[in-house]
Write a protein that binds this ligand. Structure first.
Ligand SMILES: Cc1ncc(COP(=O)(O)O)c(C=O)c1O
Length: 1020
């Protein structure tokens, strides 16, 4: 029992009297050994058979109610769980748990006999984490067993009950040391401020209330399991969490990490009897309260304490612990306790993290250019010998700036990064000493550093309220610092701390001020005002509601990384820095190049002079291995945006359920055919599903030849239709260029009906219709001649907007005339919409619609599956029926449920997100911008486009219209350096080609125009 001032002296039975009482009441014949006790008289009894007991003769001052309370409580504990390590009541000969005996002074004393619990008090044993957890478990079990236990004796009021903490103020005057006096006052103030108003919210029950390390028995001196919880003399009806406050207060003494020791006990308890949020929250303050009660008593009983060396030691320990708790951040303390229990260190931490991850792409840029778009490099401050780290430790400004410039020159980055979670050697100042682990320093970075020149403007990514503004002058401090509060969704609250800012810019803000997302916040400070660091911003998120900015630790102990992740989550998404910037995966670019050369076909090409290693795609962005995001304006396969969530989910869901061939009935294939049919002229009603554009064109060729019984094919000059031998044979772009075998006899080319470069002998001022009519007439004449010479075509195949030929838009009326002439000659008309289909032109689903023609077959590919290999051939029933001559058409993969699920999801996205209308609107905006560029640069010969299919024809000057191949290539390469991906095409590779995802937004279009403009301004 906790020592307290007694009015009545302890009972004074002689050994003989006690022995005799024991024998007569319990029938136990035993040797007795007196034990120390302040109030009662206790004996250890060893019976002849070796059994050991504790025989207690209770002080007459103890009220019968209180004695009965303890007895009933021990009885209840044993009845509810016989395995609980609590004293076992031994009944008297007449069967009762409590007996009475006449004392030497004639008074009647209550007596109790319990079985002795062997072992070693925790105070004298080696204590490890497992023992502490076990202690927590036992306390949890005891409190749980007593939850339904009520007794009038439990409600006695005494100063060791945690709710009587304010009574300690009456003993405060006994504390003579000024510092200690102030410390104790702070603890009591904190109780009044933080605990008292919330007492009513705490669960109460009967608790042991005194699990100090003398009342806990463990297996042996080397610790082990808890075998006994003894002395229920302070048991009371009290907040459950007080049980832990008491146990932790004592278990924390002299531990390397007091809070970690407490966390072990709490975790053991929580596993049995889960704690509530408010209990976690108040526990650190309650531990301090318990210690405050203790030291206030010992100060009041100074003389007694002086006489008892044990009391002196524990008083010293209690003061030391109070001082340690005083320095400890209560949010962190609670976080450590929670984390040890397997909970979030801050409730709702993962919700904030997930929200930020999900919304990262919508947040305003922290600085310009957007961090995601910049070339980045981690500047490790991990090695004290690294020149930059060393210069920062020493505060050597010259060396600091020189080594930064050197690193920049060597690696070509524009944004330096100091990662969250980095273990740093750089924190030398005294205030980096740990308050959580004795003798340890804080070294783990809890923010994200963005290094850029002093003066760089910073913007809030989210709407915010300015919550704090401070200038910290000390070396290695925060310098100018701002705290913003964000609540992007009701209830989703967190703060962001921005450190090392210019003082002037901090002074321009005011607390309480609201800032919209994207608003300019402040500027990065120079070395003289940022705490002496290389210019950067330390950007940190904080979930606890700190009232004082300077109390937010920017650095923590590595042991508590999991706690930091909840209290101060990684701000990478908030800052717009892709994860790849911190950890590159796979092989380096030179390694990949070497492996490609060794393993892959030599005629695979790579884009750009300096190839890219792309590791992730997201909507309009491609992200490279270093975490730099490039605006993809070239790849028309990921039509509805890279990794479109709807398409990804459709593929994942279906592939996890079933993927097989078309010889089984399945909904997807017919659903997809029905959905596609709705976008097409009604006679195009019969579908083939394949794996690529080439495969679809190959089948189209085969069917056309089968249908007409002819071999000859009519194509446009410079066309490309696929990579099989039959398709190379109808692709002048291949057979006429390097490595090509020339035009095969059965392939016939029609002139590419270019409107920009008309044949020299034509009037150069013709209107579009006239151009279409003239090309059309020449084509018709050609077809007639071919037919007359026995080369009537099986089919005419053309891209509706020839792409590899240089983004050539067919003049109006042309296709109509050609289709008529082909049909006149008994041939079929095939529209290759592999590049231009699925709404790319914005105004229509299919580019041929604009020309008022109805093809006999339409071939679809690239965008159909948004990157999943999917080709489609649609034709008229009559043609398909003739093709079905008895030979099965089997395609192992074509039309499988996964491919069709992908295809359906692409249609859903196009329709659901109204992407055709978007393509049209963004296309018009881009065309306007390109026309403006054209006014600036005479080397832009022509700009042409429909929806998001555009070409910029580069010439040496408009007069000559000569193809400017090198210029186009240089511009595309410079654009890539500036972060926008475009390509070049055309027979002379002089046409800059743009085919961005259909999800391109205005801001992306502006970026594209800005970057292209910059590249041209630099190069032209
Ligand atoms: C117009 C056209 N048709 C057909 C193909 C062949 O498609 P795939 O590469 O899917 O076989 C391409 C590919 O670039 C193409 O551009």
């Amino acid at each position: 029992m906790t020592p307290t001032v007694t009015q009545h002296p302890s009972p004074r039975f002689s050994l003989d009297q006690a022995q005799q009482s024991l024998r007569s009441i319990y029938g136990v014949d035993a040797r007795l050994h007196p034990l120390p006790s302040e109030r009662d008289q206790n004996f250890r009894a060893t019976a002849a058979d070796g059994a050991q007991y504790i025989f207690k003769i209770i002080n007459v001052a103890e009220s019968p109610q209180s004695i009965d309370f303890q007895t009933a409580m021990l009885r209840r504990l044993l009845e509810s769980d016989a395995s609980l390590p609590v004293p076992r009541l031994v009944p008297s000969l007449d069967g009762s748990d409590l007996a009475h005996v006449q004392g030497p002074e004639g008074q009647s004393h209550a007596v109790r006999l319990v079985a002795y619990i062997p072992g070693v008090p925790l105070a004298e044993a080696k204590v490890d984490a497992a023992t502490l957890r076990d202690l927590g478990r036992v306390l949890g079990q005891v409190d749980q067993a007593l939850m339904s236990f009520g007794h009038a004796g439990a409600f006695h009021s005494f100063d060791w009950e945690i709710r009587r903490t304010p009574q300690a103020r009456t003993r405060l005057h006994h504390v003579s040391d000024e510092g200690r006096h102030a410390l104790l006052s702070r603890v009591l103030d904190r109780y009044d401020r933080v605990v008292a108003p919330r007492l009513k919210q705490l669960r109460c029950g009967v608790i042991h209330n005194d699990a100090n390390d003398w009342n806990v028995i463990v297996e042996s001196a080397s610790g082990g399991r808890v075998t006994g919880l003894i002395d229920f003399g302070d048991a009371a009806y009290s907040p459950l969490v007080a049980e832990l406050a008491v146990a932790c207060a004592y278990a924390m003494f002299d531990k390397p990490s007091a809070i970690q020791s407490a966390a072990e006990i709490v975790a053991g308890y929580h596993a049995v009897l889960p704690l509530q949020d408010i209990e976690f929250e108040l526990l650190p303050a309650l531990i301090a309260s318990r210690l405050a009660i203790s030291v206030s008593f010992s100060s009041a009983r100074k003389e007694q304490a002086l006489a008892n060396p044990y009391l002196l030691i524990s008083e010293r320990q209690a003061w030391a612990m109070l001082e340690q708790l005083d320095r400890m951040d209560p949010f962190i303390a609670t976080g450590i306790l929670r984390k040890a229990c397997g909970l979030e260190a801050w409730p709702g931490a993962s919700a904030v993290r997930h929200w930020l991850d999900r919304h990262a792409h919508q947040l305003a840029a922290v600085l310009q250019p957007h961090p995601a778009r910049q070339e980045k490099r981690v500047l490790p401050l991990t090695d004290a010998l690294d020149p930059l780290c060393k210069a920062n430790i020493e505060g050597d400004v010259g060396a600091m700036l020189a080594s930064y410039a050197q690193a920049q020159a060597a690696h070509g980055f524009t944004l330096g990064l100091g990662p969250w979670g980095e273990q740093r050697a750089v924190y030398a100042a005294d205030f980096f000493e740990s308050a959580l682990i004795a003798g340890q320093r804080r070294s783990q970075h809890l923010g994200l550093d963005l290094f850029a020149p002093a003066g760089t403007a910073l913007h809030t990514p989210l709407g915010a309220r300015v919550a704090g503004l401070v200038i910290c002058p000390e070396a290695q401090g925060y310098g100018g610092v701002v705290l913003l509060e964000h609540e992007p969704e009701p209830g989703l609250r967190f703060a962001s701390l921005w450190g090392h800012l210019s003082h002037d810019s901090v002074r321009k803000l005011s607390v309480g001020q609201s800032l919209p997302a994207g608003a300019r916040l402040a500027q990065m400070g120079g070395v003289s005002e940022n705490g002496g660091w290389t210019p950067h911003v330390h950007l940190q998120l904080a979930l606890p509601p700190y009232a004082d900015v300077t109390a937010i630790p920017g650095v923590g102990e590595p042991e508590f990384q999991a706690v930091w992740a909840d209290l101060f989550p990684r701000p990478d998404a908030f800052a717009g820095v892709p994860a790849e910037a911190f950890a590159s995966s796979g092989r380096s670019k030179p390694e990949l190049l070497a492996a490609r050369r060794a393993l892959l076909a030599p005629n695979l090409s790579l884009s750009y002079k300096v190839p890219l290693k792309i590791v992730r795609g997201q909507d309009v962005w491609l992200i490279d291995a270093g975490g730099r995001a490039y605006l993809d304006c070239y790849n028309n396969v990921c039509h509805v945006g890279h990794c479109h969530p709807g398409v990804v989910q459709a593929i994942q869901g279906q592939v996890a359920r079933l993927n097989t061939n078309t010889r089984y009935l399945h909904d997807n294939i017919v659903n997809y055919a029905e959905r596609l049919a709705r976008t097409l002229p009604p006679e195009l009603d019969t579908f083939f599903f394949l794996n690529s554009g080439s495969e679809a064109n190959e089948l189209a060729l085969r069917m056309a030849r089968h249908h007409t019984g002819r071999q000859d094919m009519l194509v446009l000059d410079w066309a490309y239709h696929g990579n099989t031998p039959n398709l190379i044979a109808i692709s002048p772009y291949k057979y006429k260029r390097k490595g090509g075998a020339g035009r095969p006899p059965h392939t016939h080319e029609l002139a590419l009906p270019e409107s920009y470069r008309l044949p020299a002998d034509w009037p150069q001022d013709m209107r579009a219709e006239q151009i279409g009519a003239r090309y059309g007439a020449e084509a018709a004449a050609r077809i007639e001649i071919l037919a007359g010479s026995g080369h009537a075509p099986a089919a005419f195949i053309a891209e509706t907007i020839p792409s590899v030929a240089g983004q050539v838009f067919l003049p109006p009326g042309y296709l109509r005339q050609v289709y008529a002439a082909v049909r006149q000659a008994g041939g079929l008309c095939i529209a290759d919409e592999v590049q231009v289909g699925f709404g790319r032109v914005g105004s229509h689903w299919w580019a041929f619609e604009e020309h008022g023609v109805r093809p006999d077959m339409v071939v679809m590919g690239k965008p159909a599956g948004n990157g999943h290999p999917l080709g489609v051939l649609v034709t008229r029933r009559e043609i398909a029926e003739r093709f079905a001559n008895g030979m099965e058409y089997f395609n192992t993969f074509g039309g499988n449920p996964v491919s069709c699920a992908a295809g359906l999801a692409v249609l859903d996205a196009l329709e659901g997100q109204q992407l055709l209308a978007n393509a049209q609107a963004q296309g018009e905006f881009l065309m306007n911008g390109l026309r403006q560029l054209m006014q600036r640069h005479a080397q832009i010969g022509d700009v042409r486009g429909r929806g998001l299919f555009l070409g910029i024809d580069m010439v040496s000057d408009r007069q000559s219209k000569a193809h400017a191949t090198a210029t186009a290539g240089a511009i595309a390469n410079r654009m890539r350096e500036l972060g926008v991906l475009a390509g070049t095409d055309g027979p002379f590779d002089n046409v800059i080609k743009l085919r961005p995802p259909m999800t391109l937004q205005r801001e992306h279009a502006e970026l594209l125009l800005g970057v292209m403009g910059q590249a041209m301004d630099e190069l032209l």
